[in-house]
Design a binder for this molecule. Sequence first.
Ligand code: GDD
Ligand code: MG
Length: 397
Amino acid sequence: MRIERPRYTERFGAVRINEVQKVLELDSGRAKEMAPYEDIAVKKVEEDAIKNFEEKMLIVIPTKDEKLKLLEGVISGIPHECPILVISNSQRKRIDRFRMEKDTLNQYCHFTRRQAYLIHQKDPVLARALGESGYDYILDKDGLVRDGKAEGMIAAIFIAMVLKKDYIGFIDADNFSPGAVWEYVKCYASGFYMARSPYAMVRIVWRYKPKISEGIYFRKWGRVSEVTNRCMNSLISVTTGFETDIIKTSNAGEHAMSLKLAGLLSYASRFAVEPQELISIFEGFGGVLPMACKSAAKHGVEVFQIETRSPHIHEDRGSEHLQDMLLPGLATIYHSPLCEKETKEKVLTELLQQKAIGSGEEPPVPWISPPPKNIDIQKFTKAIGEHLESSSALEDK
Ligand code: GDD
Ligand code: MG
């Protein structure tokens, strides 16, 4: 893969946020010696280097009642070297969709000889393991993991720790294009290859997110992303005193991190999870509040934003759903101790304009789960170990 080097980096305390880097070539050819200066502006990441990161990266697919053909398509796009975890919150009662997912995955893994795990978010063994290891923040009153994509993601971080992976990458299950999925993983691996710090995150920028109505329109920015990016950039600008538009990925559902970094962040519920990750990085390492971890402060925390060639085409869930995403996302910015008056006013104006709050109202305080780093991973492993093995979709190893 050939990819732009970061041309500009915004520094915020120990955080380095790289300007968007574009993918130039999906396949950059055989490995060969570079001509002098060839890689000054553009980095060639060799296939082998990418593969080295892929085998250390768990790819997590959160899914809830998605069409099986979409889920299978997404899995087929993930490079063979990456282990896969499907964390499902699909219904089991009227129609057992989870069972159907299991059958699909078993068949797929049988023929492709690949490793994938499938776990239900409401699995009592998972909940017990979380409870016993001291991380009960995402459990509901019945003692099971709460609904929500973020809750599934948090559980997946612990499973990646059990599997001793170094990286974790997330990809939604409702993606129509296996080729785009493949590209996301290549971008994750290339980002980690370029990182100078073991505390790194890669967030995907879509080249286009087309709207299909009568024809096809290659829209670039979603409405929610536009507003959230504006407010996130305002928070950085006011804190540093220099106006910036560096953040283009506040809501990036497709993103990956080193497990070292994942262990240090706090996670908001449901669809506020992605903006909160950035807020958590700024709070923990921006230098305004005390540093959250000495080692990460020393190495720095690096954020890559990589723009894919493939357009992002996924299920359209209508405009009401957009409101569901905007309010909690902006609430994570509004309620951060870093958020000053100017950005708070900006958030309120946006929310009023989108009719997400009434006049005089404030966004609700987000539900935030603390960093996973303090979990007793031995206890978690002991409680889930065998069960995880039996959740493997490759039955005849
Ligand atoms: N495990 C699990 N549990 N998965 C869930 C749940 C849940 O409770 N709810 C939804 N999912 C899965 C969906 O099946 C899908 O694969 C993925 O999470 C994203 O959900 P969507 O409903 O498709 O969200 P979206 O497309 O509106 O938003 C996505 O893109 C945004 C950026 O544009 C999400 O990834 C957002 O988090 C992201 O900010
Ligand atoms: Mg979607």
